[in-house]
Design a protein around this ligand. Structure first.
Ligand SMILES: C[S@@+](CC[C@H](N)C(=O)[O-])C[C@H]1O[C@@H](n2cnc3c(N)ncnc32)[C@H](O)[C@@H]1O
Length: 458
């Protein structure tokens, strides 16, 4: 049974409210209508509700505002305590801001870990994993094994298997299971094979396959061949971007696949539906009929977990200096403004190759010169005096840029809920499929903790 936020009784009503909220002009603006990098070009600050900006202008340290916003969406249970903002401060929030934060809280799918089976992994398995991965594999492997036992499944296909932490653990721990681990990267499969070899897992018990998972019938045929007439469970631990969507489609269409367990991540790799990619996001007719679209920025915010950010020490005077984090954001926005004013156009793909290091944040001229060098921009007509002048002119915007960035990531859980509900509806609207979504991991350790599980009624 799907765990909805408290105030909702039906997934239909919940989905309608969720989609209405992300379609409001304010949420559209802060999750992509105006990217924070373009804030100085498009006066993003001025477009926020005046009541909010004038309240924030009363704070002399923008980090207090950021913390107050993050606390404002904090889930008491997740934090393990009451909201962390001083009650006196929270009470003075403008009513419209308080209601907006409450709305974000009330629209996000619950994220408190659901109780379920858990394993203690032996050291031979944990030696290669970090603490987070150990916790994830302990829960996921126990859950998968329980489903296999209940449904009489002996074949498990792990997609996006990476270094094979999950598939090797399942093969090592449960002699009754046969595993197929598929990943598109040869390097990842090499790593997984070496892990399996170190555990002395025989090749007929755990097979590895390098294959790009793209929804193609070729892979469906390969999985069916491997299953050899037996029913299978399809699993993915942090199946990034649209890999989860491909999993859902394989589950729905490949007859030997009986059960599904998919945990998503890296939502920024989701491909939106377009004429060249008609199968892109959203995948359910429910969200398609509502014309839901998420911008690249919105998808990126869904990868964030601001309540897990390190809390700044506001007491320390020397921390009042610009943090590396907000300085980077400020300099990036100033650079975009400079490019805009000078009509310098950068090919979007070029930006990914930025090689900014911590030392480049010593001053804006240093940052700009490094960035222009990396981007291949001809900086001859741009003097150091001009760069200094830009820094002087916009330095005071550091707090505004930091707050704008925080506002956009505050919507992370709501955006992730939209993606989860799209996946829910895609499966729930098919004949004979039972579907559920629940938080399988501890959110504080693994913010991407929603698992979508489904079973076919035969
Ligand atoms: C976030 S990692 C997770 C790895 C592993 N499941 C784990 O939890 O440790 C995602 C993996 O999926 C693989 N991958 C992503 N998209 C893929 C696709 N469309 N086809 C095949 N492999 C893919 C990547 O190469 C990577 O190894």
């Amino acid at each position: 049974m799907l765990d909805l936020p408290n105030s909702y009784k039906s997934p239909e009503e919940y989905t309608a409210d969720l989609c209405d909220f992300i379609d409001t002009p304010l949420v559209s603006q802060i999750t992509g209508g105006i990217h924070v990098n373009d804030a100085l070009i498009r006066d993003a600050w001025e477009r926020l509700p005046e009541e909010w900006t004038s309240w924030w202008s009363q704070f002399h340290d923008h980090r207090q505002v950021q913390q107050d916003l993050i606390d404002g969406i904090g889930d008491r249970f997740e934090q393990g305590s009451e909201l962390r903002t001083e009650p006196a401060l929270a009470e003075r929030r403008p009513q419209s801001l308080a209601s907006w934060l409450t709305r974000i809280r009330s629209l996000a799918l619950p994220r408190n870990q659901r109780q379920g089976p858990e394993l203690t992994l032996p050291e031979v398995l944990t030696a290669r994993m970090n603490t987070k991965k150990i916790a994830e594999v302990s829960k996921a492997a126990a859950y998968i094994h329980a489903v296999c036992q209940r449904r009489g499944i002996a074949h498990v296909i792990d997609v996006g298997s990476g270094q094979g932490y999950l598939s090797s653990s399942l093969a090592y721990l449960f002699p009754d299971l046969k595993l197929l681990a598929i990943d598109g990267s040869q390097a990842q499969v090499d790593g997984a094979q070496s892990f399996a070899a170190s555990l002395e897992i025989p090749g007929d018990k755990l097979e590895h396959m390098v294959h790009w998972i793209d929804g193609s019938p070729t892979l469906a045929a390969k999985m069916t061949d491997w299953a050899n007439g037996q029913k299978c469970m399809l699993v993915g631990l942090h199946a990034c971007g649209n890999l989860s969507e491909h999993m859902l489609r394989y589950f729905a269409t490949v007859s030997c696949i009986d059960s599904l367990a998919a945990i998503g991540c890296c939502y920024n790799h989701i491909v939106p539906a377009s004429p060249s990619c008609p199968e892109g996001f959203p995948i359910s007719s429910v969200l398609r009929n509502k014309n839901v679209a998420l911008s690249p920025t919105a998808l990126m915010t869904a990868c964030q977990a601001p309540s897990n950010w390190e809390k700044p020490n506001l007491e320390k005077a020397d921390e009042k200096a610009m943090s590396v984090f907000s300085k980077r954001r400020l300099y990036r926005a100033i650079l975009e403004k400079l490019f805009f004013d000078k009509d310098i156009r950068i090919h979007e793909g070029g930006r990914a190759a930025w090689g900014i290091r911590k030392g480049d944040l010593a001053s804006f001229p240093k940052f700009a010169n490094r960035a222009m060098g990396c981007l291949g921009v001809d900086s001859e007509g741009i003097t150091i005096e001009e760069l200094m002048m830009y820094e002087k002119r916009y330095k005071s915007c550091e707090g505004k840029i930091a707050i704008l960035w925080t506002l956009s990531v505050l919507c992370c859980k709501v955006v992730e809920s939209v993606i989860a509900m799209d996946r829910y509806w895609f499966l729930a609207n098919q004949e004979g499929i039972e579907v559920d979504i629940f938080p399988i991991f501890d959110f504080k350790v693994s913010p991407r903790n929603l698992i979508i599980v489904a079973e076919k009624n035969v």
